[in-house]
Design a protein around this ligand. Sequence first.
Ligand code: HEC
Ligand code: HEC
Ligand code: HEC
Ligand code: HEC
Length: 319
Amino acid sequence: MLRRVLGERGLFLFTFGLITLTLLGATAWVVTFVWQRVRVDNLLRVDNALSAIYVNYYNSADNYVSADSYLAMAAYQRDYVRPQNVRVLTGLDTQGVIGYMLNHISAGMGVNCTHCHTLANFAADMWDDPVGVANKRLAREHLLMVRDLNQEWIATLASLTDRRRPSGAQVTCATCHNGVPVPQSYPANQEGVPDDFRLPLGEDVVFSVEQQGILNVNARRDISLDTVQYNQNVMYHMNQSLGVGCTHCHNSRYFPSYEVPAKYYSLHMLQMSQFLVSNYSDALRGQQPSCNLCHQGAAIPPGAARSADVMPAALVAND
Ligand code: HEC
Ligand code: HEC
Ligand code: HEC
Ligand code: HEC
């Protein structure tokens, strides 16, 4: 029918035109699609600017900080170029302190400034909200805790073995808080181990490469089945917390040996957790640290800061 109207040549041109149009349309669609994707990617990159700070944690202070707070901080920064009452975050000007408050504290814990401050005066340690006052006091202790963890424990990872360098990631608020004000170190229901399982972190417990401690069970006659079971629970806890298998830390043909760097790191992390129990139990309101508190199923904790460069100098080791 078309052939009769258009003729042989006309039909050819018609079909040719149709195909060309379809192809052009498809090309235009692909170009638009790609262009939009790129644009969305760019927007996401702006949105997730915090990933420049964190290993694998995305959050923005804008989700929590109110317009009132933004106005108050701008006014405070204008009136006080230097902070009035900063005892841990020394060496920063007010702008630097506010940047830390936004990116590490509000975005790390998922809270507005008023969780710890009266907007009338960011320097105040006493005002008419007892909860806010208590939160600011506790936050200062957690600042000291972060400083101690980085300076005394994370910084010494590099000296444990020369077979591997640590990544340089640092502890910051988000490392434990992960966007919530009150993190839970042990979940109510633990997988694969009894729900009341806790790491052995008493002051008298020995963790040492040379000395046999509570977790050493091989080739020992003085060890009960319960102790062997307990060792297994600790190992399962480590597997799950770091999202790794046994060989991440062990030569599976001889478990007692120290060969794999991660085993040195893990022993050090057990000592670090013991340090937290001894020195910061009150600050943690009695919660005991677990490997999962920071690791959350990953070998490098997702809420860790990428490097000392994105941390205030007062909270990291300076060489
Ligand atoms: C979890 C508690 C907490 C939250 C939330 C918090 N801060 Fe702070 N802020 C503190 C602590 C603690 C200090 C004192 C730090 C020190 O002593 O080194 C402080 C100090 C400050 C200072 C320095 C004041 C001075 O002159 O002494 C400013 C400014 C400030 N915060 C602004 C903010 C802003 C803006 C927000 C919200 C984006 C915020 N803070 C959120 C706990 C908090
Ligand atoms: C080693 C893990 C760890 C780190 C690092 C950490 N915190 Fe905490 N923080 C906790 C735990 C656990 C709790 C909950 C304690 C409880 O059971 O009430 C908590 C609670 C708090 C609270 C009380 C919140 C509320 O609403 O009751 C404040 C304030 C706080 N942390 C501030 C900070 C700040 C600021 C930083 C970073 C400078 C920080 N924390 C880093 C583990 C940590
Ligand atoms: C994240 C690192 C890590 C993972 C994963 C891990 N372990 Fe361990 N394991 C250690 C550390 C550290 C010690 C030594 C503790 C000490 O010396 O007090 C240890 C000790 C042991 C011991 C006792 C060795 C001895 O000298 O008696 C055995 C057995 C063991 N692990 C088996 C396992 C098994 C099986 C798995 C997998 C289910 C596993 N481990 C997963 C770090 C790990
Ligand atoms: C207060 C937070 C915190 C706690 C609690 C913690 N870790 Fe870590 N861990 C870190 C940080 C931060 C790093 C990254 C250090 C680096 O890469 O420079 C790390 C790194 C490691 C590594 C090296 C990562 C790798 O690639 O193998 C191992 C192994 C490890 N931790 C084991 C443990 C074990 C086992 C526990 C529990 C006994 C534990 N950690 C508890 C913060 C923590």
